[in-house]
Design a binder for this molecule. Structure first.
Ligand code: MG
Length: 247
């Protein structure tokens, strides 16, 4: 029943939006004063008209959530560090390592949607703790309707699918039947996987499962994805994609 409901909602959303959505990968960071996964990159992505921002989330040893791509930053492994250990860390633009709650506080004032990636953690239990805390922080800020969850961890995908009615997309490329078995409501696959499996693209479209493609940067690749009618394109070059969409 939930699957049918999500399918209908997804189709309505796609019809309502009517065009490929621009997802700024780690925010809009390739510009003055910005940095990957910074709050500035979130604000910048919103300011140029991106539909969504993608961000990566880790759980610290003292069960706090921070926004960063790699498992470690400036030599400090996030999963085994406390917030105090990370207090002096600065991003390339001078910002402190963003706490997820502060990042979400900033998002509340903006229009941009959120594509929240939970990174694979050391144990399923830590992924459950991280996911439940992410859901809580999103919910208490009224951001639930603007959020999609993604992960390379199939365990985390299943957790988000079981515990929310949000869109949940798997990052690990797999056949649509496996995707559905996992509980995912869409595919978030890399460009080479989608190029290698045109039958998956057809099947996903026939099933009404949205397709997000990552990480597409070259203009010719961006245009190819637009021609394929993918629902979302995750890119480090959001301005180029917006220009192509407006042509
Ligand atoms: Mg990511």
């Amino acid at each position: 029943m939930k699957y049918i409901f999500l399918f209908v909602m997804g189709m309505m959303a796609v019809c309502a939006l009517g065009r490929t959505q621009v997802v700024a990968h780690r925010g809009y960071w390739d510009c003055e004063g910005s940095a990957q996964n910074s709050i500035r990159a979130l604000v910048k992505a919103d300011s140029i008209g991106c539909d969504a921002v993608e961000l990566d989330v880790w759980l610290t040893a003292d069960s706090q959530l921070v926004v960063n791509h790699d498992p470690s930053i400036q030599g400090i492994e996030i999963e085994t560090a406390t917030m105090q250990d990370l207090a002096e860390v600065r991003l390339k633009n001078g910002e402190a390592l963003p706490r997820l709650d502060a990042y979400l506080d900033s998002a509340m004032a903006l229009k941009i949607d959120l594509v929240v990636e939970l990174k694979p953690h050391s144990t399923p239990e830590r992924e459950d703790l991280a996911a439940s805390e992410i859901i809580r922080l999103i919910g208490e800020r009224g951001l639930t309707d603007r959020t999609t969850y993604i992960s390379f961890s199939n365990h985390a995908v299943k957790y988000f699918a079981d515990c929310t009615d949000n869109p949940v997309y798997a990052l690990t490329s797999m056949a649509p039947a496996e995707l559905i078995a996992l509980g995912a409501t869409g595919a978030d696959f890399n460009l080479s996987s989608l190029r290698a499996h045109p039958e998956w693209v057809e099947e996903l479209k026939a099933l009404g499962l949205p397709i997000n493609v990552w990480t597409v940067n070259a203009p010719t690749d961006l245009q190819w994805c637009l021609d394929q009618g993918f629902d979302f394109i995750t890119t480090n070059a959001p301005e180029t994609l917006l220009q192509l969409l407006n042509q």
